[in-house]
Design a protein around this ligand. Structure first.
Ligand SMILES: NC(=O)c1ccc[n+]([C@@H]2O[C@H](COP(=O)([O-])OP(=O)(O)OC[C@H]3O[C@@H](n4cnc5c(N)ncnc54)[C@H](OP(=O)(O)O)[C@@H]3O)[C@@H](O)[C@H]2O)c1
Length: 252
């Protein structure tokens, strides 16, 4: 009997990562949930196991290279890696943005993705049919006012995805970039505005149906489950009410 394929999901403690873990588990993967908040991934792993799926939790900070390398030693063969851990900090203009925020966003979104991808690439290759998903954003493709540091970091992730795809062509690993627009998750905007829920709510104010974490998880699961020779290079997904990063229809 063939072994159950394994999918590692980073940032599985909330939002898109948690929804993706649920959907990949339902699709038949043994899911390995990682994030810094151990209690949350353990609770999700227990929920999935209780529902008859295979799931384990492993506390991991993607910016800690030694910890990532240690984590990777558990895998000889890996089918799917979803690089989802990341996010935004602040919405200041370039003129006044805090360099520490810019550095942290680069560290988490770009170096975090680099760390995990480098560490798990041998296992993905050894599987004979590996898939790497990189959760960038529409911020990876065009700029918007107040988005400077996040836009720069997500552009970095986009470049990482494109370059890696060029470099590993001919190996049995594909690189899929999923770039969502506005997704209403419980924590993304609250984290961005450091717990200010009023500011966070304004992001989605008057928008008729922003994307949900489940919408993006479905998109990821669809892309991952295409036949092996089909590579969805870049998939941009936005809510109907959003035509660009700065053109959003609001009923206010
Ligand atoms: N929401 C949107 O509008 C939107 C749009 C486009 C793209 N995205 C991207 O989609 C991804 C998920 O976003 P989301 O909306 O689901 O946000 P979220 O709910 O805030 O989730 C972010 C996840 O990343 C994890 N994380 C953050 N820093 C980490 C670190 N250093 N090491 C390990 N895990 C870390 C968090 O877990 P812990 O805190 O437990 O570590 C959390 O599970 C992010 O990359 C985000 O940039 C979001």
């Amino acid at each position: 009997m063939a072994a159950t394929p394994i999918a590692v999901i980073t940032g599985a403690s909330s939002g898109i990562g948690a929804a993706t873990a649920r959907q990949l588990a339902a699709a038949g993967y043994r899911v390995v949930l990682t994030a810094r908040r151990k209690d949350r991934i353990e609770a999700l792993a227990a929920e999935l196991t209780g529902a008859g799926h295979q799931a384990t939790a492993y506390a991991l900070d993607v910016t800690d290279r030694a910890a990532v390398d240690e984590f990777a030693t558990a895998f000889r063969s890996l089918a799917v890696l979803v690089n989802n851990a990341g996010g935004a900090l602040g919405a200041d203009p370039v003129a006044t943005g805090d360099p520490a925020d810019w550095r942290q966003m680069y560290e988490t979104n770009v170096i975090g993705t680099l760390n995990v991808t480098q560490a798990l690439l041998p296992a993905l290759t050894a599987s004979g049919d590996g898939t790497i998903v990189i959760l960038s954003s529409t911020a990876a493709l065009s700029s918007y006012e107040g988005g400077g540091g996040y836009v720069a970091a997500k552009h970095g992730e986009h470049v990482l995805a494109e370059t890696l795809r060029l470099e590993i062509v001919g190996t049995p690993v594909r690189v899929i970039e999923v770039a969502p627009g506005m997704v209403k998750t419980e924590e993304f905007a609250t984290t961005r505005f450091r717990g200010d829920t009023e500011k966070a709510a304004k992001v989605y104010a008057g928008v008729d149906a922003p994307l949900t974490a489940d919408d993006v998880a479905e998109t990821i699961t669809w892309a991952v489950s295409r036949p092996s020779h089909v590579n969805i290079d870049l998939l941009v997904v936005r809510p109907r009410a959003q035509a660009s990063n700065s053109k959003v229809h609001r009923t206010l």
